[in-house]
Design a binder for this molecule. Structure first.
Ligand code: HEM
Length: 331
């Protein structure tokens, strides 16, 4: 459990916002681009302040994470204990695929103009050191619903329980205050989904559509989304923090949900994906996937805000240690 000496986390546990921009970037290989990115890490907090102060009630925040390979070439050893490439699960049509990504930016605010301004400023600083490989502008649909029309985020941990489930503590003390984040961009077949009755949709999700109340155990199928994503360890529920957003382009018939889940280690999210895509037991898979297809997949380590600020000093560590494990303290 994180204690009072834990470094300040990034805005992982900030409340759900109305708007978000999700940017996935790859970094050009070479010392020049790596230097640019390391320096930029130290500028992020100042840019959030510069943009956010102009609209203090809009709750602007930014979380920045790094992929496994990027961590090696940007910062070297030591490495966050559970950072590894995204693990693909499933097969055929029902597959969680891994796609390229060195940096993830999760920019949130209650007004899209702030997200837009911050994304623009962050990218200007990075210049041609990076390529944007995925960009999604997300919104909350009416009363915090996602694209499939259900309220999304109800079972998120809240209050003190949110950092307990998402922020690294003494189990990896060099990286305390950090977190892990998994993202997947899903497209929905809305014609097929809308062809279901509300009762059929409710059995797939495991909750009532209008009221958001959980279905009674007697009628909730074991393959419902909520059953398969509920994980117990020694009688304790392991929660993750989700800030999913709807996105789309009606003119192009594109309707999506951007899944983003934070946790203290990637393991519970990976277990949930296994349950959804393969099934618990195998074959008893998540029927939401009959109407939804994951087109991206990435796993990123989110350093604490303190470590993010200190990363510009990590250049020589990367050059000298590359991917060697080490017990050297970071700060
Ligand atoms: C197509 C993408 C997805 C959609 C539309 C979606 C939608 C929903 C909805 C509507 C709920 C019920 C309300 C709530 O508690 O938030 C829910 C619950 C949940 N989802 Fe998803 N979800 C998606 C993908 C995922 C993925 C990929 C994971 C994890 C790997 C996940 C994990 C969870 C968890 C942990 C819960 C709470 C379960 C509970 O405690 O009852 N979801 N999701």
């Amino acid at each position: 459990m994180p204690n009072n000496d834990t470094p300040e986390p990034q805005a992982v546990c900030d409340p759900i916002s109305r708007s978000a921009i999700f940017l996935t970037l790859t970094v050009a290989r070479g010392e020049g681009p790596a230097d640019t990115v390391r320096e930029w890490c130290g500028d992020i907090a100042a840019l959030v302040r510069a943009v956010g102060t102009r609209a203090p009630t809009a709750n602007l925040s930014c979380v920045c994470g790094f992929g496994s390979e990027a961590w090696n070439f940007l910062f070297g050893a030591p490495r966050p204990a559970s950072l590894h490439p995204f693990i693909e699960v499933g097969s055929g049509e029902r597959r969680a695929i891994a796609t390229p990504g060195d940096i993830l930016l999760h920019i949130r605010a209650d007004h899209m103009d702030l997200c837009f301004e911050l994304a623009s400023q962050l990218l200007i600083k990075l210049g041609d050191a990076v390529t944007v490989v995925d960009e999604v502008q997300g919104f909350r649909y009416f009363d915090l619903r996602d694209m499939v029309g259900f309220v999304d985020g109800t079972e998120n941990p809240s209050g003190r329980s949110a950092p307990n489930h998402t922020i690294i503590g003494e189990e990896d003390s060099e990286f305390a205050g950090g977190s892990y984040v998994i993202v997947q961009k899903y497209f929905h077949n809305m014609d097929a989904w809308d062809g279901l009755t509300v009762e059929q949709q409710e059995k797939i999700i495991g909750r009532k559509k209008l009221s958001d109340v959980e279905l009674d155990a007697a009628v909730k199928p074991s393959c419902s989304h909520s059953s398969l994503t509920t994980i117990d360890e020694n009688g304790q529920e392991i929660k993750i923090l989700r800030h999913n957003m709807a996105f789309g382009r009606p003119g192009a018939k594109e309707f999506g949900t951007y899944f983003i889940g934070y946790a203290r280690t990637p393991a519970p999210i990976e277990q949930m994906m296994e349950n959804m895509f393969v099934g618990r037991p195998p074959g008893n898979y998540d029927r939401l996937l009959d109407y939804s297809r994951a087109v991206t997949g990435g796993l990123f380590f989110v350093p604490s805000a303190d470590l993010l600020d200190a990363l510009p000093g990590r250049g020589s560590a990367a050059a000298s240690t590359s991917s060697q494990p080490s017990s050297t303290a970071i700060k």
